[in-house]
Ligand binder design. Structure first.
Ligand code: PGA
Length: 236
């Protein structure tokens, strides 16, 4: 495990963006596993600047995102598809057809989960997986539970996750979805490299995840078993 300490949020975003850009420079056809939430926003802003400055190109990159809310249409600005388009894809030279997210509007979630696992498999797995971490230790929407779930699955979001993310919905908890589709642990653990970014507000959960027992009660703790984990952690 490689822990990189950042002095502030900007430094964290800069360090993480440098690692992602380096991955794409070394392998232009990289498969990037991407994440949503507030923490990666600065990372994406820096990647956009790097692409505009022709320091890196995403023209040959393909991406798979971790998760999507159930029942939220891609066109809705609270969907993760909208987030990704708005905060990254529309502003870089990636081919939109090469960007994948689970479909939260699918009629059959079991079939959609199987389809998404197949998409990841067909891509040949993830080269670099970017992750944030929830206050409860979730990665993607792999919420604390009794066992690590390996494949893409439909998950009931915990109260803590719903409360944390309700701020993005105009009517707060009233509009906040209760279910989501999330990539499971298999593609994350099989990713060649994992890059976890966390702000100072995640201090306690980062300590639990990286220094405590490996347990599905703290889903990110499984990352202790990943051979190439880099954590960019911001101390303030
Ligand atoms: P945040 O979310 O970056 O908005 O804190 C991270 C997560 O829940 O995975």
């Amino acid at each position: 495990m490689n822990i990189i300490r950042a002095i502030d949020h900007e430094d964290m975003a800069c360090k993480a963006a440098n690692l992602i850009a380096a991955q794409v420079l070394i392998k232009p056809k990289s498969i990037l596993g991407l994440a949503t939430g507030s923490t990666p926003l600065g990372v994406y802003a820096r990647l956009i600047l790097k692409q505009r400055a022709a320091e890196v190109s995403f023209a040959a990159v393909k991406s798979v995102n971790l998760d999507e809310y159930c029942g939220i249409a891609a066109s809705d600005e609270t969907s993760y598809r909208y987030y990704m388009n708005h905060n990254l894809f529309d502003q870089i030279d990636i081919d939109p057809a090469n960007t994948y997210l689970p479909d939260g509007m699918a009629a059959d979630f079991d079939a959609e989960c199987a389809r998404y696992d197949h998409v990841i498999e067909e891509l040949g797995g993830v080269d670099l997986q970017l992750l944030g971490i929830g206050m409860n230790g979730h990665i993607g929407f792999n919420e604390p539970c009794d066992h690590f779930k390996m494949g893409t699955h439909c998950v009931q979001l915990t109260q803590s996750t719903r409360e944390a993310n309700a701020i993005y919905f105009s009517r707060g908890m009233e509009d906040m979805p209760s279910f989501a589709l999330t990539m499971g642990m298999r593609p994350i653990m099989q990713a060649k490299r994992v890059l976890l970014v966390a702000g100072a507000n995640k201090k306690e959960v980062i300590a639990q995840a990286l220094e405590g027992p490996v347990t599905p009660r703290v889903p990110a703790s499984i990352l202790q078993l990943h051979p190439r984990l880099t954590v960019v952690y911001c101390e303030q």
